[in-house]
Design a binder for this molecule. Structure first.
Ligand SMILES: C[S@@+](CC[C@H](N)C(=O)[O-])C[C@H]1O[C@@H](n2cnc3c(N)ncnc32)[C@H](O)[C@@H]1O
Length: 402
């Protein structure tokens, strides 16, 4: 099997291996031409070329988006910024803005439809920080486009970027996985064969990602109502949930709250989401797949044991679950084995003392939660009452428990 066929077989969805008519006569790189056609860059769009080099792609994109659109050419090198500015003046490209970027931030002044990184990703000195900052520059439906070079003669080759101008020879599968871990959802891959068969880099690959749209789509009305009632952002601020944390959620149900947790802890964090109900677990998996969230792990639990990883969690949380626990004391006791020292356990549940509760059992009143917490070896370290119908209890394992 020819190598290109091997790649085709390995990737789904693969768009095409295409070679557009060589436009070298007009000074346009065949690859740039291919890329902008593939992405269907059109009039009115906003595009950023991050690591724009000589600016050829940015200028071509500026031509495509026209005066209704805008292109940002970002470069970290002052010399290159100067060169792009000169080209811009010569061509009268008033819809092009040239930006001097920073090592960890492309510093774009606006959100874009397409953020292109052509042979740039493997040159980044701090890829995690750079890509984390990059997320904020995509419009909600925007796309991140990463291109690099495939070494057909040695497809397992490790990335080679010995000098700034070397092509980024790398494995597309590895690159895809790395970018997914940074909070982007993979969409498509395409390959382009260099028409110059003697060139050092015969085939380029293009990976297209979108942001993980877990919060914005597909919400049922009851979910919207609960979210309005429970104010996940305010709750997460109050309990000190931060990017990078490892969280265990007990009774995640279909993942309504889980995705908020996952978004907050970000690509550097993780949510272990458990439930005891098979249907809930199936719905939860479905949501995780639908929203293409990569930092949630679904864990089947037991009535008396959350079955979460040991010594792993910075925080555990139950939202509207505590009142359903058949054995709250035993479960809280077993949960301690999963907590890091100083981790907190957060209970958000209907408050029987508040007027508008919708059927909470007495198990969620403060005295009862305090009593169960104490007998399971926890102190109640905070009680927050700002929600209209629920109360937030924050527990920490009592000293001497470890
Ligand atoms: C009212 S739902 C709440 C779901 C979700 N937390 C939310 O707020 O949308 C309660 C969930 O707790 C789960 N549950 C009950 N007992 C449990 C236990 N011992 N361990 C894990 N989950 C449990 C149920 O299966 C159910 O999915």
């Amino acid at each position: 099997m020819r190598m290109s066929m091997v790649w085709k077989a390995m990737w789904l969805p693969v768009i095409a291996i295409l070679t557009w008519p060589v436009s070298a006569a007009q000074g346009v790189s065949p690859f740039h031409d291919f890329l902008l056609r593939l992405l269907d860059i059109r009039s009115g769009m906003t595009v950023a070329d991050v690591g724009a080099g000589r600016g050829d792609l940015a200028l071509l994109a500026a031509k495509k988006v026209g005066f209704e659109g805008h292109v940002y050419a970002n470069e970290i090198s002052r010399d290159k910024v100067g060169r792009i500015e000169r080209q811009k003046r010569e061509r009268g490209a008033t819809n092009l803005t040239v930006i001097l970027g920073e090592e960890v931030d492309p510093r774009l002044p606006a959100k874009v439809d397409y953020l292109l990184m052509v042979q740039v990703f493997h040159h980044l000195s701090k890829p995690e920080r750079f890509m984390k900052n990059t997320l904020q520059y995509l419009k909600p439906d925007g796309r991140l486009v990463i291109t690099a070079v495939l070494d057909k003669r040695n497809p397992q080759a490790k990335p080679r970027t010995s000098t700034q101008n070397d092509p980024c020879v790398s494995d597309p599968e590895e690159t895809k996985r790395a970018i997914e871990k940074m909070g982007f959802a993979f969409e498509q891959v395409a390959f382009h064969d260099n028409p110059n068969t003697k060139a050092n880099w015969p085939t380029s690959y293009v990976l297209i990602f979108r942001t993980q749209s877990w919060i914005d789509d597909g919400w049922a009305d009851w979910e919207k109502q609960l979210t309005a009632r429970q104010q996940p952002e305010r709750v997460m601020d109050t309990i000190g949930l931060k990017p990078g944390m490892i969280v265990g959620e007990i009774g995640a149900g279909d993942g309504r709250f889980t995705v908020h947790l996952a978004k907050r802890v970000g690509p550097g964090g993780r949510v272990f989401a458990n439930d005891i109900d098979d249907r809930a677990l199936a719905d939860l998996r479905d949501r995780v797949n639908r929203y293409k969230v990569s930092n949630i792990e679904v864990v089947p639990g037991r009535v008396d044991d959350p079955c979460l990883p040991r010594n792993a969690l910075d925080m555990a949380i139950m939202v509207r679950t505590y009142h359903e626990l058949a054995q709250p004391r035993v479960l809280l006791d077993k949960l301690k084995a999963s907590l890091q020292p100083n981790a907190t356990v957060v209970i958000v549940d209907l408050d029987t003392a508040k007027e508008r509760h919708d059927g909470a059992r007495s198990s969620t009143d403060e005295a009862s939660i305090r009593s169960v917490a104490r007998s399971a070896g926890y102190d109640v370290v905070a009680v927050h009452t700002f929600l209209a119908e629920d109360t937030i209890f924050v527990l920490r394992a009592a000293p001497g428990v470890w």
